[in-house]
Design a protein around this ligand. Structure first.
Ligand SMILES: NC(=O)c1ccc[n+]([C@@H]2O[C@H](COP(=O)([O-])OP(=O)(O)OC[C@H]3O[C@@H](n4cnc5c(N)ncnc54)[C@H](OP(=O)(O)O)[C@@H]3O)[C@@H](O)[C@H]2O)c1
Length: 404
């Protein structure tokens, strides 16, 4: 019998219980053992639960999970940042493998938790933390033994992708679509972490650190979200035979890297143009394997629980990658070298701003109080300097890189 200590019984936690119940016989056939959720940690023990569990399984005391010697795997799906760090470190220190879906804790404590697990000869795996239900981190870890990865790119946030897809398809405004997304459960009541790109930044931190085999922190990643996009931007973008996505990208550059999360205008013929609604996609390039692309549901109860349980299964079958998968390269940040062609629209622009925009434009899309231009190829840092000199607020401009 394999006993699991499940931390969290919300969306993902209840999916884990459901799949384990529905696939009980198949899992037993494959592993030769029954996989059982023995203890479940929750915040509010009195809350009404949809999931049926043995009464004594539920607890609000982590010690009950930690001190249970029959529990060999802890599955952390609380979403809490600092407490989950405590739960994960204490679990590893007491000899329990850990699986988590929590990108915030992986991103913040990636190096520390990876080396603690390696030191203890235990698993610390987190497939669901990037790309929800898409199996991408395991194939990435596997390819790292055989390849130098030069680039990783992705659409990593379902909320942003849902909002942008519906804005493009329906011509409705940002606020209207955000409200619908909130009503349908695609966006949180406070959407900041999603729409301002922080969630994507955390996921890129994980992907980039693994891919390029050196520490790349959240602070190393240039970040811009989608919240200032307007219907005018969408009209201009559609006229370019293109669409817009929040794309995360990290690339090897000389003895270091570049890493950025930013709205990106992609031609309709581009692969990413067809990743729509709440779907995610990750692509990476290896020197031997070439380009690999992964596509699937970026979130949701069952897809995410499925990713969590595929990690659990790798532990039970003892086929998880041993040792510390993080590399030790010291990588230099070359973000100041990022350059490209950009779309820029400013609201309430004065004549001086319009004049400055004309100077860097190779195509003027609109004038008046809402000028929009396409730039010549330019360094992003230089473009940001120009925008900063306008002394305008973030909500008053929308900037997007253009790729074909
Ligand atoms: N939802 C998705 O589609 C998805 C996709 C990918 C990754 N993830 C990640 O998966 C994790 C869980 O997400 P979720 O959507 O399942 O969250 P959720 O629905 O809010 O559920 C959180 C669960 O954890 C419990 N909990 C919260 N803080 C706790 C604490 N400090 N100590 C003990 N229990 C605590 C809650 O207890 P109560 O029930 O008593 O309130 C609840 O059962 C997050 O890290 C999230 O980023 C989620």
């Amino acid at each position: 019998m394999i006993n699991i200590g499940l931390l969290g019984l919300g969306t993902v936690g209840s999916g884990v219980v459901e799949i384990l119940k529905n696939r009980k016989d198949e899992l037993k056939n494959i592993t030769g053992q029954e996989i059982k959720v023995k203890k479940v940690l929750v915040k509010n023990i009195n809350k009404e639960r949809q999931v049926k569990l043995e009464k004594e399984a539920l607890t609000d005391d982590f010690e009950q999970v930690l001190s249970d010697e029959e529990i060999s795997i802890v599955v952390e799906v609380t979403g809490d940042l600092e407490l989950s760090y405590k739960y994960i470190t204490e679990s590893l220190k007491s000899g329990k493998h850990v699986v988590t879906a929590n990108k915030a804790v992986v991103s913040k404590y990636f190096e520390e938790l990876s080396s603690l697990a390696a030191e203890k000869n235990l698993a610390f795996i987190y497939e669901a933390s990037v790309g929800g239900g898409i199996p991408v981190l395991k194939p990435l870890r596997e390819q790292l033994s055989l390849n130098e990865i030069s680039e990783v790119q992705g659409i990593l946030n379902g909320t942003c992708n849902y909002i942008l897809t519906r804005m493009v398809n329906e011509g409705k405004g940002y606020d209207e679509i955000l409200k619908i997304a909130q009503e349908l459960g695609y966006a949180e009541a406070d959407p900041t972490a999603d729409v301002e790109g922080y969630d994507t930044q955390r996921k890129l931190r994980i992907l980039a650190t693994l891919s390029l085999q050196g520490k790349i922190t959240e602070e190393d990643i240039l970040l811009d979200g989608i919240s200032s996009i307007t219907s005018l931007d969408i009209d201009h973008i559609k006229n370019m035979d293109a669409t817009v996505k929040l794309i995360a990208e990290a690339s090897a550059y000389e003895d270091g890297f570049t890493a950025v999360v930013q709205p990106t205008i992609v031609k309709n013929s581009n692969y990413f143009a067809n990743v729509n609604m709440a779907f995610n996609s990750v692509a990476f390039k290896g020197d031997n394997v070439g380009e690999l692309k992964f596509y699937g549901p970026g979130a949701g109860k069952l897809p995410t629980a499925n990713a969590v349980l595929s990690d659990v299964l790798d532990i039970v079958l003892d086929i998880y990658r041993k040792g510390n998968p993080l590399g030790e390269k010291v990588l230099k940040n070359y973000n100041e070298k990022i350059r490209g062609n950009y779309y820029l629209r400013i609201s309430n622009a004065n004549e001086e701003i319009v004049h400055s925009l004309r100077a860097i434009a190779n195509n003027v899309l609109s004038l008046g109080s809402q000028p929009a231009i396409l730039t010549d190829e330019i360094e992003l840092s230089k473009l940001m300097e120009i925008i900063t000199s306008f002394n305008i607020e973030k909500k008053d401009y929308f900037l997007a890189r253009i790729i074909s």
